[in-house]
Write a protein that binds this ligand. Structure first.
Ligand SMILES: Cc1cc2nc3c(=O)[nH]c(=O)nc-3n(C[C@H](O)[C@H](O)[C@H](O)COP(=O)(O)O)c2cc1C
Length: 172
């Protein structure tokens, strides 16, 4: 099996992270991988914002927790939060950002960094308390956030490896 397929088959969501810095060089590789994802009509109407200060991430998590009535929600307290955003007017923005997120997860895994999709912003990114933090993160006001990536070195060996049961069929 080649190393790309092996990386793809061994990635699993990680939901507990060490307090260990991700080297800038690796973060740049992950963000570049995101920006190389396919995008509809090659529009690339996205922006990738990486937040590397855990307290700033927790400031956003606290507002999300309040908005969703989910006390204590901390987005798994990641070392880095990558927030892909996309133009509100671009109809394929959601799909483009999903492609970019998968690139983020796979690039991170290849570097020994764990990750998980954080879905909680997509219906509340325009709520004023959330938007004001997105403003602080310099996310354009005409951008929406569909999904985010929590990143960090795994805190414990990856025991939760959900089996994959998707139906596969080849018609000959
Ligand atoms: C659209 C989407 C939204 C998701 N949202 C969340 C989320 O908010 N929180 C979370 O812990 N995992 C989230 N996940 C991760 C899935 O739970 C995870 O991918 C799935 O259980 C399979 O596990 P694996 O990633 O380890 O293969 C999301 C995944 C997708 C594709």
């Amino acid at each position: 099996m080649n190393s790309v397929i092996e990386n793809l088959l061994t990635r699993r969501s990680i939901r507990a992270f060490l307090e260990k810095r991700i080297p800038e060089e690796d973060l740049n590789l992950i963000l570049t991988s995101a920006a190389y994802a396919p995008s509809a009509m090659n529009r690339q109407s996205w922006k990738f914002t990486a937040v590397t200060d855990r307290s700033k991430i927790q400031k956003l998590a606290a507002v999300v927790a309040k908005e969703l009535n989910n006390e204590g929600y901390d987005m798994y307290d990641p070392e880095v939060l990558i927030i892909p955003s996309n133009s509100r007017d671009f109809i394929w923005g959601r799909e483009d950002n999903a492609c970019a997120l998968e690139n983020i997860f796979l690039a991170a895994h290849s570097l020994g960094i764990g990750s998980v999709w954080i879905n909680q912003l997509q219906n509340i990114c325009d709520v004023p308390s959330v938007r004001s933090i997105l403003d602080e993160f310099q996310i354009p006001s005409d951008h929406v956030v569909y999904g985010m990536a929590a990143l960090g070195y795994p805190a414990s060996p990856d025991k939760n490896r959900p089996s994959k049961t998707g139906e596969i069929n080849i018609i000959r």
